[in-house]
Design a protein around this ligand. Structure first.
Ligand SMILES: Nc1nc2c(ncn2[C@@H]2O[C@@H]3COP(=O)(O)O[C@H]4[C@@H](O)[C@H](n5cnc6c(=O)[nH]c(N)nc65)O[C@@H]4COP(=O)(O)O[C@H]3[C@H]2O)c(=O)[nH]1
Length: 694
């Protein structure tokens, strides 16, 4: 049975067909054979009966007259009757009376029953009667071998027919199975193919309209649904795959960005402080093992805060980007350049001698000094660099960085635009800055400042026409502290606003006294740090001072550094215009050292240019500076601006600037900054002299 179950449907059907056909044929043949056998026996028996009746009738006389010869002759007449192998007539006592045996059969004793089978022969006994009296018996024996032979022949024929029928049945069943199972086989093979190839476009060819046809139609419909779902699934999976891919890429990008942001500065893309610290620590460990030197440079842009405050942060950012790239291009790939924040950069160079560090620092100072052109601005920035060397200036990262920072401040204090190597003395300066900052706060809170005034002389008339208010700080412990030292500190510490406000207030009161005393409108110049211009209430604050003090705006001059002038800034322009409505004049201080945009000069509402004293100082020594001074004077006059030469110390310098029609001069040649009483005395003297003039 398991073998049958595992057979393909086609073979199962053929086998079943054959089984059914052979069973039916066998049953039919057997039925026919049995029937035929019975019929034949019946016929033979019938024949024997009628022959026996005839013989019995004919033997009456012979038995009556005891004439066996005549019975024998009668019996011999059976010669033509087929199959009779023995004919015997018995007398009443069942003794053989006569017999006929064509095949030598011997007569058996007379059986008891009238019909039956004896020694594979059929026999029939008929009594010979006369008037109801039995006078003898007739026995006829018929041989069955003929019948059997016929039976065998028939069975043989039936067997052949059986075999032929089987062959026909085989052919027919094969055709039948082909008709029935082929669609099913196709269905199965299509299903297998679809499973194997996942090709849901395959369909079963459906020609019939029977159950298999509808099964195939249902199958096709089912595959169609699966195909639709598969397509939807594939679309969804593709979409999902794409989304997962996009998401993964996005995550990767974000991770990289976050990693980059964690270790780099956003604006310049340079490593940040934490990366620098890590690299420095690693470099120190390596240098320690190898016995090498390494150098840390701390770099800070000079007056960058002014640029940021006046030109705006966007401009400051662009400048930082440009300068970062310059720095990077000036260094080797093995050097680390990091932005620590604001305008502070740090550089780590490994295995570097002091000589090599000097070359690098000098190169960086020069690179930064080169003009930067952003839009129509031509900016010039300088930098101060502090350098410390491992292991001589420190053996751990914190100390080395701190010492480079200290050296940088020392470079700034020494006049900026230079580099300085750390030396132990500088620590004293660093501590000094901290101590000074504390003192400065105390001085502001307690009004511990004074204002000195430095006269400005008119070159044409040789009279004092104005004064510049300059703050003075006389500390009880250490005496006078120079503004050169504490003003940058105040700017750094965000204290300059309070200082300038105080100076303006005080000087307005002071000079108003002189106005009242001498009836002469001496012009007052006050210094204004660029930081003021980022506050939009500057106009109000100045107006308030004028209102509170009663000082005439027309006698006030505000000095701002050249960095302010470079601002492409509508707000600044607006503020300056507003301030000018108060009658106030505006001067550019220290002109010539930073910006040189002529178009900006023309656009801003200015009154005066003050030539930086570094140009005046070298008159008579540096021809270039002389040309610069002359050019500035010409240019200012062409722009309808007054020119003041500051820092005039010698007659030669005075002669030079006077020769080129400089309008005013200021400097030690005439007077250092003086307290109000001395200015008052000077004015007194001047007034007396004028009175004495012829
Ligand atoms: N070598 C030399 N120097 C001369 C000569 N004539 C004048 N000076 C000095 O040059 C400086 C002129 O002031 P500045 O250029 O505005 O430079 C000022 C100014 O930028 C700043 N400053 C002073 N007072 C104030 C203030 O009240 N507010 C602000 N924001 N800054 C101030 O501090 C700087 C230094 O001020 P000071 O030490 O008073 O130094 C003053 C003055 O003493 C000279 O012939 N030779």
């Amino acid at each position: 049975m398991p073998l049958f179950k595992s057979l393909p449907l086609r073979k199962k059907m053929i086998l079943l067909f054959l089984l059914i056909s052979s069973t039916v044929l066998t049953l039919a043949t057997t039925g026919f054979a049995i029937n035929d056998w019975h019929d034949s026996r019946l016929q033979v028996t019938e024949n024997l009966r009628s022959q026996a009746d005839i013989i019995s009738h004919n033997a009456i006389a012979a038995l009556t007259f005891e004439d066996p010869e005549s019975v024998r002759i009668t019996l011999e007449s059976l010669e033509n009757v087929r199959n009779i192998v023995l004919a015997v007539v018995y007398d009443a006592d069942k003794h053989i009376f006569a017999q006929y045996s064509p095949k030598g059969y011997s007569a058996p004793p007379l059986p008891d029953s009238l019909e039956g089978e004896l020694n594979r022969t059929l026999y029939v006994i008929r009594p010979v009667k006369v008037d109801q009296e039995t006078i003898g018996f007739t026995l006829l024996l018929s041989d069955l071998s003929y019948l059997k032979k016929r039976q065998i022949d028939q069975i043989s024929i039936a067997f052949v027919v059986f075999l032929l029928s089987l062959i026909v049945a085989l052919v027919l069943s094969s055709v039948a199975q082909n008709i029935i199972t082929r669609p099913i086989t196709q269905l199965a093979s299509t299903a297998r193919k679809i499973t194997r190839t996942q090709n849901y476009q395959l369909r079963v060819r459906n020609r019939s309209r029977d159950e298999i046809g509808s099964l195939a139609a249902d199958f096709n419909q089912m595959i169609e649904q699966i195909q639709t779902r598969d397509n939807e699934l594939q679309d969804a999976s593709q979409l999902l795959e794409k989304k997962v891919k996009d998401r993964t890429a996005e995550l990767l990008r974000l991770t990289e960005q976050l990693e980059h942001q964690a270790f780099h500065d956003n604006l310049t893309g340079l490593p940040n402080r934490s990366t620098f610290d890590n690299q420095l620590n690693a470099a120190i460990n390596y240098a320690c093992r190898q016995g090498e030197q390494l150098t840390v440079m701390f770099l800070d842009l000079d007056r960058f805060k002014d640029i940021n405050d006046t030109l705006g942060h966007d401009m400051g950012d662009q400048l930082l980007i440009e300068l970062s790239s310059r720095l990077k291009n000036s260094l080797r790939a093995s050097d680390t350049l990091a932005r620590l924040g604001g305008d502070e950069f740090a550089i780590l160079t490994v295995n570097t001698s002091q000589h090599h560090a000097t070359n690098i620092a000098a190169k960086l100072v020069d690179e930064i000094k080169k003009p930067v052109i952003i839009g129509d601005l031509n900016l010039q920035v300088t930098t101060s660099i502090g350098i410390s060397i491992y292991p001589q200036d420190g053996t751990d990262a914190t100390t080395i960085v701190k010492h480079a920072d200290t050296a940088m401040y020392s470079a700034k204090a020494a006049g900026r635009n230079q580099f300085n190597f750390f030396d132990k003395q500088m620590n004293i300066h660093s501590e000094r800055r901290i101590q000074l900052a504390q003192k400065l706060r105390h001085a502001i809170d307690n009004n511990l400042f004074q204002v000195y005034y430095q006269p400005k002389w008119c070159t044409r008339r040789s009279v004092m026409v104005g004064v510049e208010a300059l703050i003075r700080w006389f500390d009880t412990e250490e005496g006078a502290i120079s503004p050169e030292e504490f003003i940058p500190l105040a700017e750094d510490q965000g204290l300059i606003g309070q200082i300038d406000q105080w100076v303006m207030n005080q000087s307005c009161r002071d000079i108003l006294q002189l106005h009242q005393q001498f009836g002469h409108k001496l012009q007052l110049s006050v210094n204004f740090s660029p930081a003021h211009f980022i506050r939009h209430d500057l106009y109000n604050r100045i107006a308030d001072v004028l209102t509170q003090t009663g000082f005439p705006g027309t006698s006030l001059d505000i000095e701002m550094t050249e960095t302010v002038m470079a601002a492409e800034n509508d707000s600044l322009l607006k503020q300056l215009d507003q301030i000018r409505t108060l009658g106030i004049e505006i001067s550019i201080d220290d002109f010539g050292i930073a910006y040189s945009s002529l178009s900006r000069l023309k656009r801003l509402p200015l009154n005066t240019l003050k030539i930086d004293r570094s140009f005046i100082r070298d008159i008579g020594r540096d021809h270039d500076d002389e040309i610069i001074v002359k050019t500035i004077i010409d240019m200012a006059h062409n722009l309808n601006l007054k020119v003041v030469a500051e820092g005039v110390e010698t007659q030669e310098q005075l002669t030079f600037v006077t020769q080129y029609n400089c309008d005013q001069v200021q400097g030690f040649l005439f007077s250092p900054p003086l307290p109000l009483e001395k200015i008052s005395a000077l004015m007194q003297a001047q007034a007396s002299a004028q009175l004495n003039e012829p």
